[in-house]
Design a protein around this ligand. Structure first.
Ligand SMILES: [Zn+2]
Length: 222
């Protein structure tokens, strides 16, 4: 059997196994409500379409792969191998990881995690990575926070930040009559964003930052 045959076999198994459980919940004496029964029926139908593709050796869509991953999750998580398919489940998960398209955020996390395993990775490599990330998101829409709860930069752990604060000021003619304290916007780590100016403020970080303290946002999810 080639690897592909094994993977196909595992896909068949996990989908059929999932379907068996869902069909069992469709019997009249099952206490599953009607909506969920309908969802089970639709999912079984989707699985059957995928199984037909697997039999024909057709290309699987990204949606197909996501559904296979969902069905396989129980076997991946079955670390005690109670169902006897943990090893195949892991092999399928690894195969899926190579087949499922990466979004930019996931790609960044993978790169950061791997760079972080090498204690000799210079900080400029992370900076290069984040530059590419910013190029890839021209609207600046970074959904993840850049700072932790204590206001430390997640990339380099520095707590020295430049921040713009926007107050809303009520003018009447030329006169300011009221000032509404503003929100902090556009917070930037000085060390990462303005490295030339950082030495002026370095003392606020209490001297040199220990590399061990560096916390990467990328290691927080998954
Ligand atoms: Zn920083």
């Amino acid at each position: 059997m080639t690897t592909n045959d094994q993977i196909r076999e595992t896909i068949r198994f996990v989908l059929e196994d999932d379907d068996r459980g869902m069909r069992a919940a469709l019997t009249p004496d099952s206490d599953l409500d009607l909506d969920n029964k309908q969802m089970n029926r639709e999912l079984i139908k989707r699985h059957e379409q995928i199984l037909a593709k697997v039999d024909r050796d057709d290309v699987l869509s990204q949606d197909d792969l996501a559904l296979i991953r969902d069905a396989n999750e129980i076997h991946v998580n079955d670390t005690l191998d109670l169902n006897g398919h943990h090893k195949e489940g892991l092999a399928l998960e690894e195969w899926l990881a190579n087949m499922i398209e990466l979004d930019k955020e996931t790609a960044m996390q993978i790169l950061e995690q791997w760079l972080d395993k090498d204690s000799h990775t210079p900080a400029r490599v992370y900076r290069a990575l984040h530059t590419l990330w910013e190029e890839a998101t021209p609207d600046g829409a970074v959904s993840r926070p850049a700072f932790d709860d204590e206001g430390r930069c997640l990339k380099c752990a520095s707590k020295v930040l430049f921040a713009d604060v926007t107050d809303t000021v009520l003018f009447v003619g030329e006169e300011i009559v009221r000032r509404y304290p503003g929100d902090i916007t556009n917070r930037n780590c000085v060390r990462c964003t303005y490295p030339k100016q950082y030495p002026d403020y370095e003392e606020y970080d209490g001297g040199s930052l220990r590399r061990a303290n560096r916390r990467l946002s990328g290691t927080r999810r998954c």
